[in-house]
Design a protein around this ligand. Structure first.
Ligand SMILES: Cc1ncc(COP(=O)(O)O)c(C=O)c1O
Length: 398
């Protein structure tokens, strides 16, 4: 992939300057051996004065034996004598373990990226990445229906934020022409699958615009990971987009069934985030069983192409039938099928009526969506039966 995005060169020079001042942190792997001992990446066993697990409960056998612990009963420390849960510290102190490093590699591979970095949640990955990359003199173009975490990241960055009408890339181009010169760095920030409406961003066009106007796309693949791409890598993978204009963000809380966020992209980007993304620097690393669970999910989801296709085909059929029944529905083929209601009252009544028929479909109202876009949000998953969908369609004859 040709390196054409000048942002990476700029970040590299800034990191080099900082390195000369001795201020750059590079990720080091720590192997927690016991509450008392930790092994550094050069193999030295050290008495561990770098953990916040004051009562050592992150290592306790008590949890393992407790009926309500949620632990599987299998030990996860390799020697099979304790259950190790919390990482005990932020990644730059001692919370980056071989398990975390292995998950980072799995995610980078899944996203066809050089490297990746973990965050405590998808929310913090978005806030952390956007606010670490954009600053006061920069400009961010943000889709009107972006997830709250992207919006919060934009606000925190203090950059000039230009909101474009949802999915309207013609308008986006006009806004870029007007506002691009004002920014030192420029970004287009967008969900790939929109979390409430379930429709898809035109990522090919977004990336084209980024290339044309020297911008970087920050793409939140929260609802696309696992659902799109031949290996479940997301919508960017599905569309074959490999541009180095893209910063890819994801979460492990949706199709992976776990928790935690990540950013994947060029090595210099990840190094930058390790040094400047505050939710990464100042939060405790993900718990080790969560990391191991997420790794297993990645192994499984890579092989689930036929299920991905089936899920999306079902969503298309459901949209088509709802449309034939007279509903206005969201576009695309994601498992999030939105059924628009005429207003706040109607959507609440609709949701209540479905509940009375044994179906839970949440009503989405302001402030989550604009007042003119109240909707029932149907989330399909692989466990739904034909009968479940038939019941839903029958109950949706409002
Ligand atoms: C589009 C989008 N991005 C980010 C997030 C945040 O992810 P997490 O729940 O892992 O914090 C969500 C979750 O609701 C989402 O829908």
């Amino acid at each position: 992939m040709p390196a054409t995005n000048p942002l990476w060169g700029e970040l590299d020079s800034l990191l080099e300057r900082r390195q000369a001042e001795g201020l750059v942190r590079d990720r080091k792997c720590w192997v927690p051996d016991s509450p008392r001992l930790i092994v550094s990446d050069d193999g030295c066993s050290l008495v561990h004065f770098g953990s916040n697990d004051y009562l050592c409960l992150g290592w306790s056998r008590e949890h393992e034996n407790s009926a309500d612990s949620g632990a599987s009963g299998d030990c996860n420390d390799g020697n099979c004598n304790v259950w190790r849960y919390g990482a005990g510290a932020s990644p730059s102190i001692s919370g980056h373990t071989p398990d975390h490093a292995a998950l980072v590699s799995d995610l980078a591979l899944l996203c066809s990226a050089e490297d990746a970095v973990l965050f405590p949640s998808g929310y913090s990955a978005n806030v952390g990445a956007v606010s670490a990359l954009a600053g006061e003199s920069d400009v961010i173009f943000s889709d009107r229906l972006n997830h709250a975490s992207l919006i919060d990241g934009c606000r925190l960055s203090k950059a000039r934020v230009v909101v474009y009408p949802h999915g309207d890339l013609v308008e986006l181009q006009k806004l870029i022409r007007t506002h691009r010169t004002q920014g030192k760095r420029g970004f287009v920030v967008t969900d790939s699958v929109f979390s409430m409406d379930g429709d898809l961003a035109d990522l090919r066009r977004v990336v084209e615009l980024c290339e044309q106007f020297d911008l970087t796309a920050i793409v939140d693949e929260a609802h696309a990971t696992g659902v799109y791409g031949h290996q479940g890598g997301g919508l960017l993978q599905h569309l074959g987009i490999l541009s180095d204009r893209v910063v890819k963000i994801g979460t492990m809380s949706k199709s992976m069934g776990a928790i935690g966020g990540f950013v994947a992209g060029p090595r210099v980007l990840i190094r930058w985030l390790v040094n400047f993304a505050r939710p990464y620097i100042y939060s405790t690393s993900l718990p080790i069983p969560v990391v191991q669970f997420a790794r297993r999910s990645i192994r499984l989801l890579r092989e689930m192409e036929s299920q991905r296709v089936q899920l999306r085909e079902r969503s298309v059929q459901l949209r088509a039938t709802l449309h034939d029944q007279g509903h206005r529905v969201g576009s695309g083929d994601s498992p999030i099928v939105s059924i628009y209601a005429p207003g706040v009252e109607a959507v609440v009544v609709w949701s209540k009526r479905l509940r009375e028929r044994g179906l839970y479909v949440p009503a989405i109202r302001p402030p989550t969506v604009p007042i003119d876009s109240c909707l029932l949000r149907v989330s399909l998953n692989l466990s739904h039966t034909e009968e479940d969908l038939r019941m839903l369609l029958e109950a949706c004859r409002f």
